[in-house]
Ligand binder design. Structure first.
Ligand code: SF4
Ligand code: SF4
Length: 173
């Protein structure tokens, strides 16, 4: 299915308050424990993702500045036939997220996005291969990030909508 990113952003804007109420529901009133919620998120994500072709979207590659660990940085520099310093100076800036020092791409869209595809796909960093992080555990503790991603990632938007239905969230205030 082709994705309409403008439409998704408009829908996400309309749903933002509701999504914050859903977040509250998950934390306080949902009868399922966090592991069961993760299982439901997994199932729902598989189903939704099967209907969305990321190669027609690539919006994450336009929106995020992926982080590179030291090892990832070396790996991609090698792939591009560049020295480490040359790679940093060409593409990256340092970024300190409080817990670890990372390197991030300096600009958006990502400089490695070519013709809507990742030109370093096999060596892309974990922040890219794991995106939009729906397959990671502890969904219930990561809902702030998910609400942000509803604006840019059609998969996250759809998964949130499906979960509201399947987890018994009432949209009425
Ligand atoms: S992960 Fe989301 S934002 Fe990225 S390409 Fe796929 S649908 Fe688009
Ligand atoms: S490295 Fe590849 S997957 Fe990651 S943001 Fe850039 S183009 Fe997208």
């Amino acid at each position: 299915m082709a994705v309409d990113l403008v439409h998704i952003r408009q829908l996400a804007e309309r749903k933002e308050d509701e999504n914050f109420r859903f977040r509250q529901f998950l934390k306080t009133r949902c009868s399922l424990d966090p592991d069961e919620i993760d299982r439901r998120v997994l199932e729902t994500t598989r189903r939704v993702w099967a209907g969305i072709d990321c190669t027609t979207c690539a919006n994450c590659c336009r929106e995020i500045k992926p982080g590179f660990s030291e090892e990832e940085l070396d790996r991609v520099a090698r792939r591009l036939g560049m020295g480490r310093q040359q790679f940093i100076e060409t593409y990256l800036e340092s970024s300190d997220d409080g817990s670890r020092k990372l390197w991030r791409t300096r600009v958006t869209p990502c400089p490695f996005l070519k013709d809507n595809l990742c030109s370093i796909y096999e060596d892309r960093p974990a922040e890219c291969s794991g995106y939009p992080y729906l397959y990671q555990p502890d969904f219930v503790f990561r809902t702030m990030g998910m609400i942000e991603r509803t604006f840019t990632c059609p998969i996250v938007y759809e998964v949130m909508e499906e979960l509201k239905k399947s987890l018994g969230f009432s949209k009425r205030r």
